[in-house]
Design a protein around this ligand. Structure first.
Ligand SMILES: [Zn+2]
Length: 283
């Protein structure tokens, strides 16, 4: 069985919540509408079908907005769905926001420092980390590119997490998409740090903007060398509409693990066990 540790779902209210203020709704791109126009029930059914078909036990969904009724209802519509709340840890109400989101059924945290323009290493975030450490709440972070044209890449550098990792050894941090362009920095960050993980999710098209012409297979190989098979977590970054589950990503990544000649146990760690041990702990 597989756990998909990184996916999204959107309804219109969620997509609208992501738009900048004063954005003219008429200008929403068509793809956006096609991805968002389905009901919660349609989302639940499509996901359960896709998960059954692909041997996926549970899927973890990353929120892109706060306190959204549709997202909350969706997460609570199946015990196989897990929700992570979007938080800006530097805001004074970050802990309250998380507490409310946990009451709504969320069980982890997703940070978007690149998008939202905050520094994850800022001391303003320390109270929030303190809370997460005490409550054993895992934190997934999207550093790097692939997140919208307004993103501030200075805050997208994983090295900003360096002191946080040592100041909060009890928090498990997961960097999404192998660092989404900051692959070198993500590998460096692992140096003498045990509480750091990467997820494999998405098309990994950040490789197009690299200077060293890696293939995805090489990215996996190097990550396994540096992180080991207990610190890498599978994800697809699927939005189920309009194109369905990203079976091509599931296939591509499982094939790579086979080609690299990993032992069965190591494959199971990456595809299932690590997510279970690290991300599904807060229940
Ligand atoms: Zn994502």
């Amino acid at each position: 069985m597989v756990i998909d540790a990184h996916a999204h779902m959107f309804t219109m209210s969620m997509s609208e919540g992501m738009l900048p203020k004063n954005f003219d709704i008429k200008n929403i791109p068509k793809e956006f509408i096609n991805a968002s126009k389905h009901t919660i029930k349609e989302n639940t059914d499509a996901w359960i079908n896709a998960m059954d078909k692909n041997g996926i036990e549970k899927t973890i969904f990353m929120a892109n907005v706060n306190f959204n009724k549709d997202f909350t209802a969706f997460i609570n519509s199946s015990s196989r769905f897990v929700g992570f709340a979007k938080i800006n840890p530097t805001k004074p109400d970050a802990i309250d926001t998380l507490k409310k989101e946990i009451e709504n059924g969320m069980s982890g945290v997703k940070l978007y420092p690149t998008n939202e323009g905050f520094n994850v290493g800022s001391k303003e975030a320390y109270q929030f980390y303190d809370y997460c450490e005490k409550k054993h709440i895992p934190i997934v972070i999207h550093f790097g590119v692939t997140i919208g044209f307004r993103a501030d890449l200075i805050n997208g550098n994983p090295l900003t997490l360096s002191t946080v990792l040592t100041d909060f050894p009890g928090i498990n941090f997961v960097i999404a998409h192998f660092g989404a362009g900051f692959f070198r920095e993500t590998l460096m960050l692992r140096y003498k740090r045990q509480n750091l993980y990467v997820d494999t999710s998405g098309t990994n098209n950040w490789m197009q903007n690299q200077d060293n012409f890696l293939t995805l297979k090489e990215v996996f190989k190097k990550s396994i060398e540096v992180f080991d098979d207990q610190h890498i977590i599978y994800g697809s970054d699927t939005r189920i509409f309009p194109a369905g589950y990203r079976e091509n990503i599931l296939k591509e990544q499982t094939n790579i693990l086979k080609e690299l000649g990993l032992k069965m146990e190591a494959v199971e760690n990456i595809m299932h066990n690590n997510a279970k041990n690290i991300l599904l702990t807060h229940f």
